[in-house]
Design a protein. Structure first.
Length: 130
């Protein structure tokens, strides 16, 4: 996590993994632009008094491997490495223009859907499969 603070918007999920190397994973959406879905994973055991969900949480970097998780009046200090995963699907699909559909394929689907919209066309389509 390169930022000094990560602000979540609304409710976030606090997932615990007692057996794996990532003991706590926060899943939610960021408050600051670009307002994207993120997962923030910590390589430490989750605090015992941490609820399953938090609202409008803020994670601040205190030191090299120290973070403060705050939600409302409650606060927890986590001594761990943090791994931030962002959902890049939106940016990826905005960067790539959609491929134009070939004319023959558009005409085929228009004819097929036109046939399927009438009783005689449905009868004809059902007979062609036998």
């Amino acid at each position: 996590m390169n930022e000094r603070a990560l602000r979540f918007a609304g409710w976030i999920s606090c997932r615990r993994d007692g057996e794996g190397p990532l003991g706590l994973i926060l899943v939610g959406r960021t408050q600051d632009p670009p307002e994207e879905a993120v997962q923030l994973a910590f390589s430490c055991k989750a605090p015992a008094d941490l609820p399953d969900a938090l609202e409008d949480a803020v994670v601040e970097k205190l030191g090299e491997r120290q973070y403060r998780l705050t939600s409302g009046e409650r606060s927890w200090v986590l001594n761990a490495a943090a791994h931030l995963h962002r959902d890049v699907a939106g940016a990826f699909y905005r960067a790539l223009p959609p491929r134009p559909v070939p004319l023959r394929k558009r005409l085929f689907w228009r004819a097929l859907l036109g046939l399927a919209s009438h009783p005689a066309g449905r009868w004809l389509l059902s007979r062609s499969g036998r």
